[in-house]
Design a protein around this ligand. Structure first.
Ligand SMILES: C[S@@+](CC[C@H](N)C(=O)[O-])C[C@H]1O[C@@H](n2cnc3c(N)ncnc32)[C@H](O)[C@@H]1O
Length: 355
């Protein structure tokens, strides 16, 4: 296939965009500014094979500059058009790596990425896999994402999965960009996700203004001139009645003695239910060990931050036989908050930690 794409020299495109929290007001200010106008002109018709318009590319560049993320993930590389926009922003940031995946891109994407300036190539990791394999890999490596572009399979089930996995890895205050808000799958996935995760917010009001009498409105979007729904993770972790899980987290041993929780100032009362699994796998998963414990911690706070060190009644774990020195161990923590009447959800400053 022809991978000839006109390249442009590397140059800072948006030095005036400062590292800052993304708020609706800060984003609106950036979009109204001269730098954004220059970005839309720069990205008008370039990169040539990106399916998005100049405003969408300028928004991606702006978000990457504002967030200065350690890592960005993109589902759906196609011809690496938006990948290059994101990689250029990371280069201008002077930090950060881009992870991008497309199951149909193995013959195409590496060749295109190889034509980029080497500085961009160096910060980009392409995986020729579908998003399920991609997210499993990023989660296993606990890649600290600050920005995610979901632009792969637009069916509802795929878009919702991509969004839920992005949410699991996203840093507080990070942003998920769902492309194609004009289509049912991404839009309804974003709507369902927000209903399930009320501590998240849309940067815009496409979802708040959704009109049930117009289910196929193809003009709805969080930002003008885009087909994006922008969702932002809360600055704190919110635990409600629906069980929340850390997912499996790699550990050095198959032991955990208790839980550590970091709570910001809040007024709450209720029972925090937990279940903790410790697992180990060896001999190509022919040998598997698993133990679990569950319990509840009564928490009442009237303000002021607090750390809770909760010891399990007895240490949870097992010894991995010495014949398996390569065993892989992990821990998973599930939490659910049973609030007393009138108490809001429990907020955590960071994910719980098993010690
Ligand atoms: C709309 S295109 C991406 C466009 C690209 N972001 C741009 O504008 O430069 C969607 C891409 O998603 C890929 N795709 C389809 N199913 C996928 C899946 N399950 N996981 C990841 N990517 C997928 C397709 O191969 C296609 O290249």
């Amino acid at each position: 296939m022809d991978t000839t794409i006109s390249e442009r020299p590397l140059e800072p495109l948006a030095p005036s965009i400062e590292h800052q929290a993304v708020t609706p007001a800060a984003l609106a200010e950036c979009i109204a500014g001269r730098t954004y106008a220059r970005l839309t002109a720069y990205f008008d018709g370039w990169p040539e094979r990106s399916l998005m318009g100049p405003h969408s590319r300028a928004v991606l560049y702006t978000l990457a500059r504002m967030l200065r993320p350690e890592a960005v993930a993109e589902v759906g590389t196609l011809h690496a058009g938006t990948s290059e926009v994101l990689a250029r922003a990371l280069w201008e940031n002077g930090t950060g790596e881009l992870h991008t995946a497309d199951p149909f891109g193995a013959d195409r994407c590496p060749q295109i990425i190889a034509t980029w300036p080497p500085e961009l190539h160096a910060v980009t990791q392409f995986q020729p896999v579908n998003s399920m394999a991609f997210w499993v890999d990023l989660a296993r490596r606990r890649v600290p994402l600050g920005l995610v572009l979901v632009d792969g399979n637009h069916d509802y089930e795929f878009a919702l999965y991509d969004l839920q996995m992005a949410a699991r890895l996203l840093r507080p205050g990070g942003v998920v960009v769902m492309d194609n808000s004009d289509q049912t799958g991404p839009f309804e996935a974003a709507r369902a996700f927000l209903a399930m995760n009320p501590a998240w917010r849309e940067l815009g009001n496409a979802i708040a203004t959704h009109d049930a009498t117009d289910p196929f409105n193809d003009k709805r979007a969080s930002l003008p001139n885009t087909a994006f729904v922008l969702l932002q993770s809360p600055s704190l972790l919110s635990i409600g009645a629906l069980p929340w899980s850390t997912g499996t987290m790699p550990t050095a041993s198959a032991w955990a003695r208790g839980l550590e929780l970091d709570l910001p100032p809040q007024r709450i009362a209720g029972q925090l239910h937990y279940r903790v699994f410790v697992r180990a796998f060896a001999d190509h998963n022919r040998w598997v060990g698993e133990v679990a414990t569950k319990g509840a911690i009564r928490i009442k706070m009237e303000g002021g931050k607090r750390s809770i060190i909760h010891q399990f009644p007895w240490p949870l774990g097992f010894e991995v036989p010495t014949r398996f020195p390569e065993a892989v161990c992990n821990v998973e923590i599930d939490l659910a908050w049973q609030a007393d009447a009138d108490s809001p959800p429990l907020m955590l400053s960071s994910p719980p930690f098993a010690f």
